[in-house]
Design a protein around this ligand. Structure first.
Ligand code: PLP
Length: 384
């Protein structure tokens, strides 16, 4: 069976991979080298200089392309470096439409780095495609989607937006960090570019900072490869190796993240001291129907608001947690808890934050793959 025909749970392990050419190593060696010997000028074995290409990074890039059902993968030094490369496809005067509850680092990159180069960004709720259509003008070149969003877990209909993008000849990029290709495959839904902070679920062990892009189109891949090489924010061989190793267990980790997420969402929903619970698998989630259509399961990211709690009460809960670690980031095997109002979203004015639901008492969980009984017992002792 050709490797490209494998099912997802095999692609994570075999997709785009072959034993190393030198000695048949099953895992690609960590080619910790900057340069490669040439027999005559230009006479090399496909690698000249490791900014342009490195065999360990190439192995990761092939795996990325395979799991996202794309044709070309590109690995970067961080998720933000990957986003940076996409925006560099644009020119001064171009406009981008994006979601209003975007990852804070993406927002900062758009507003504080790229706006001064003459690119304009519009941020809006993306539930209603007609509203997005109204924002499109002759300068619009790119729609940037993130779904589920952070930390409110809103779900955006990728297929509906891809129809709009195609109609107007716009690029559609989807930040697939929260869902991973285990849950949704944006290229299959009509997106042009998939982006990952592989720092999160793809790496999966909280031990690397890596970014990724995957595309189907050769021309687009060439342009992004040019930028990757010209700007130089590549992923190193050691981090490529670790991310590739992480991807090999993505499906089994994600299955457990989803199971544990479901159990904890149910526990929190039934808890008398908890008000709102945001998890796309809950039937009363405002975008549950889109989530059901677009995603294969609902993931391990959950936000919740303790009943009538204040900023201080939320802080007390996150401080009391023992199995959940209070930390930024997400997607690792270990469970993490965060307080968006004082951590990830602290730089957004309170009024702005609260408009999108990020109230002072909101707590965000990245549910790990520990025994779910231990996770629930930990929440129980912290919430009381
Ligand atoms: C973390 C994150 C990023 C940024 O990725 P880095 O690897 O930290 O640069 C972008 N988007 C989302 C949704 C993220 O969670």
């Amino acid at each position: 069976m050709a490797k490209q025909d494998l099912k997802f749970n095999s692609k994570t392990i075999h997709g785009g991979q072959k034993p190393d050419a030198a000695y048949g190593a099953v895992m690609p060696p960590i080619y910790q080298t900057s340069t490669y010997a040439q027999s005559t000028p230009g006479g090399h074995k496909g690698f000249e200089y490791s900014r342009s290409a490195n065999p360990t990074r190439t192995a990761l890039e092939n795996a990325l392309a395979s799991i996202e059902n794309g044709a070309y993968g590109l690995a970067f030094g961080s998720g933000l470096a990957a986003i940076d490369a996409v925006i560099k496809l644009l020119n001064p005067g171009d406009e981008v439409i994006s979601t209003n509850d975007l990852y804070g680092g993406s927002y900062r990159l758009f507003k504080q780095v790229f706006e001064k180069f003459g690119i304009t960004f519009h941020f809006m709720g993306m539930q209603d495609v007609e509203q997005i259509a109204k924002k499109v003008n002759d300068n619009t070149k790119l729609i940037w989607v993130e779904t589920p969003t952070n930390p409110m877990m809103n779900i955006i209909d990728i297929k509906a937006i891809s129809h709009l993008a195609k109609k107007h000849g716009l690029l559609l990029a989807v930040d697939n960090t929260f869902a991973t290709p285990y849950l949704q495959r944006p290229l299959d839904l009509g997106a042009d570019i998939v982006m990952h902070s592989a720092t999160k679920y793809l790496g999966g062990h909280s031990d690397v900072v890596v970014g990724a892009l995957v595309v189907k189109d050769k021309d687009l891949a060439d342009k992004l490869y040019f930028i990757q090489n010209a700007s130089g924010a590549v992923c190193g061989p050691m981090d490529s190796f670790l991310t590739l190793r992480g991807i090999k267990t993505l499906h089994v980790r994600m299955q457990r993240h989803c199971e544990n997420g479901k159990a904890i969402a149910a526990y929190l929903t039934d808890h008398p001291k908890i008000g709102k619970v945001y998890w796309p698998g809950l039937e009363d989630h405002p975008n549950h129907d889109i989530a059901k259509a677009q995603m294969d399961d609902f993931g391990g990211m959950i936000s919740f608001v303790p009943h009538g709690s204040s900023y201080d009460d939320a802080i007390k809960i996150v401080e009391k947690l023992q199995v959940f670690t209070l930390a930024e980031s997400l997607g690792g095997v270990e469970s993490l808890a965060g307080h968006p109002a004082s951590m990830t979203h602290a730089s957004i004015p309170k009024e702005e934050r609260e408009k999108s639901g990020v109230v002072d008492a909101l707590i965000r969980l990245s549910v790990g793959i520990e025994d779910v009984d231990d996770l629930i017992a930990d929440l129980q002792q912290a919430i009381g």
